[in-house]
Design a protein around this ligand. Structure first.
Ligand SMILES: *Cc1c(COP(=O)(O)O)cnc(C)c1O
Length: 426
């Protein structure tokens, strides 16, 4: 075999690797040797192998996340970490280098519920009877169905064919539900009527779920059943109606949904603009059942999540906006000014100011928002430029006619740095 890898001891004892811890180097080298057997590397000398192992080690020890400037025109992009967090809230997290009263009541010194404050905040903000916080909204789907229509007890959940949607990252809420409950689909892709639910009801049916269509919509020959009717139907049959609201469109919308569902849930890191988390709101009796189920323990939120979510909710209650809301509130003048400022900072770079459409990610419907962008049209390969900008930390859009820097989701404070990146790259 050509390009034989060096002996492990020779590699590990190479002078250039003296200051590196041996055990991880050995693990990396073992993996490299294995990969080399499948597809041989070009490394010929011991030195080249040393360099390769060093490179792998340094990349393993690099900062876990790197800064990206979001010139994609998509706010709440899951790839880019969904909601940017409030810097002042993050600074307070240093508190967690000490012990904290996560599950201790400061007055009594007794064991307490770690979610007590966040639950009170949710109840106040949304006017809900009771609230529960989970690790994410996907857990809410699993927990609600596990508690109220468990497969193990042959219980059934009704779901409209019209709500079998895929949101992004291959996420399909119904596939998750299918793991824990017997799903019975009702109606058709475009039309579902109340009688479809009525006909499908059996003595085993204990739950009706409605899933927000997210970034998908239907037009034309369509019909669906409103929450009000489904609440009436489920109440009459003494079963439960649960609405997965997805991204949470607005606080008033949740308040309205709560009137027409026994339980609702949504993500904390979409339009609520906070950390990853799943919020479940609804009737106290139902929430208590969820909290008592063994699975709840598997989905519980940790102290960093709870701290950050509480801070976001406190800010909301006090009428403060979060970074995502501030992006969404930008008017035409603000957007145009931001674009012109960047254009000016770019000096002589070949760039054209154009109108664009910004989007809200995270499964938010009808999110086409007017925005502006700078279309870079250098006399070089657009694909290569797009790639290089990405490597420099500027997430932008490759188009057939150039590389688009959409200004919608760029922070004003970053424009100077972004201009430098572009100028240095071109
Ligand atoms: C995003 C979304 C989910 C998943 O929420 P996560 O918090 O990412 O787990 C579930 N249902 C709908 C409708 C969604 O939009």
């Amino acid at each position: 075999m050509k390009n034989r890898p060096p002996a492990m001891h020779a590699l590990l004892n190479a002078p250039a690797l003296q200051d590196y811890p041996k055990a991880p180097l050995k693990a990396l080298a073992t993996a490299l040797f294995k990969a080399h057997q499948v597809t041989p590397f070009a490394c010929a000398s011991l030195n080249e192998w040393v360099e390769l192992v060093k490179e792998r080690y340094d990349s393993l020890m690099s900062p876990p996340l790197k800064l990206l400037y979001n010139a994609t025109g998509v706010v709440l992009s899951t790839n880019l970490g969904r909601a940017p967090l409030e810097a002042s809230h993050l600074k307070e997290l240093e508190l967690l280098s000490d012990y904290v009263n996560l599950e201790v009541d400061m007055q009594t010194g007794k064991r307490a519920n770690r979610c007590a404050l966040v639950q009170e905040l949710l109840k106040v903000l949304f006017g809900a009877e009771d609230a529960l916080v989970l690790n994410n909204n996907a857990s809410a789907l699993v927990l609600v169905a596990s508690v109220f229509a468990p497969k193990a007890q042959n219980k059934e959940t009704l779901l409209s064919y019209g709500q079998l949607v895929e949101i992004g990252g291959h996420f399909r809420a119904h596939e998750l539900l299918d793991c824990v409950t017997n799903l019975k689909f009702v109606g058709s892709t475009n039309k579902t009527y109340l009688q479809d639910y009525q006909h499908a009801l059996s003595s085993n049916t204990t739950l009706i779920v409605s899933i927000h269509l997210s970034n998908f919509s239907q037009q034309g020959f369509v019909a669906s059943v409103g929450a009000k009717e489904l609440l009436k139907l489920t109440t009459a049959h003494k079963i439960l109606f649960y609405e997965d609201l997805g991204s949470l469109q607005s606080v008033p919308q949740v308040q309205k949904s709560l009137k027409h569902a026994h339980l609702v849930s949504f993500s904390a890191d979409k339009l609520l603009g906070s950390v990853q988390g799943g919020v479940v709101l609804g009737a106290s009796e139902c929430i208590q059942k969820l909290a008592k189920h063994p699975l709840y323990r598997a989905f519980r939120a940790d102290k960093i999540q709870l701290y950050m979510l509480s801070k976001s909710l406190q800010a909301h209650i006090q009428g403060q906006t979060n970074p995502t809301q501030r992006f969404l509130a930008q008017d035409r003048d603000a957007l145009l000014n931001k674009a012109l400022k960047l254009l000016q900072l770019l000096g002589g770079v070949r760039a054209t100011l154009i109108e664009t459409t910004a989007l809200v990610g995270g499964g938010v419907a009808d999110s086409g928002l007017k925005s502006f962008g700078l279309l870079l049209t250098p006399k070089r390969n657009f694909k290569e430029l797009h790639h290089t900008l990405h490597q420099q930390g500027l997430a932008c859009v490759l188009r057939y006619d150039g590389v688009l820097v959409d200004i919608f989701a760029l922070f004003e404070k970053d424009l100077n740095t972004i201009a430098s990146i572009i100028k240095n790259t071109l």
